[in-house]
Design a binder for this molecule. Structure first.
Ligand code: GDP
Ligand code: MG
Length: 163
């Protein structure tokens, strides 16, 4: 059975952008199209020499504010349970939010391997966010730009010993 990595984090941090980069745009469903977004998307990922299965947590786009937190929590717990390891994404430009703290708590409690990725870290605007991420207590953050393909080598280095 293939090693499975769950990409988790609150909406808009860039999970689907990274998923599409790892899987290849042609194989992935186009995000944000009404009717095609499911709660969990699975794809065959390629990162350098590594091959693994990747999960994208979605299906939260239509949630109201009231239901969003609970749904995020349940969906994330499910994805983390299904996976061998998780990649927790936060947004370098937004800094750490209360919802990020909630995810960090779920991940710490899971006792499973977690890689902390700070996305949207391209350019100087991202530097403060990367430093701030150490405070989550989930180890050394990896600076990523899913959109521009930055940090993919570092991600592979963090992932390789787990696979
Ligand atoms: P998701 O809700 O976590 O799946 O986030 P999406 O992948 O849908 O991305 C949310 C928004 O962030 C989109 O407008 C993306 O274009 C943007 N985004 C994703 N990755 C990056 C990145 O590395 N840098 C910047 N600046 N924007 C990004
Ligand atoms: Mg998404």
């Amino acid at each position: 059975m293939s090693f499975t990595l769950a990409i988790v984090g609150r909406p808009n941090v860039g999970k689907s952008t990274l998923f599409n980069r790892l899987v290849g745009k042609k194989l992935a469903l186009v995000d944000d199209q009404p009717g095609v977004t499911r709660d969990l998307r699975e794809g065959a990922a390629r990162l350098g020499d590594l091959r693994f299965t990747v999960l994208d947590t979605a299906g939260l786009e239509d949630a109201t504010d009231d239901s969003l937190q609970g749904r995020m929590r349940r969906l994330t717990e499910r994805a983390v349970e299904m996976a061998d390891a998780s990649l927790f994404l936060i947004d370098a430009r937004a800094g750490i939010t209360p919802n990020d703290q909630m995810f960090a708590e779920i991940l710490r409690r899971s006792g499973r391997p977690v890689i902390l990725g700070v996305n949207k870290a391209e350019g100087r605007q991202g530097e403060a966010g990367v430093l701030e991420a150490y405070a989550l207590g989930l180890g050394e953050p990896i600076a990523l730009s899913a959109e521009h393909g930055e940090g993919m080598g570092e991600l592979a280095v963090a992932l390789a010993p787990l696979i």
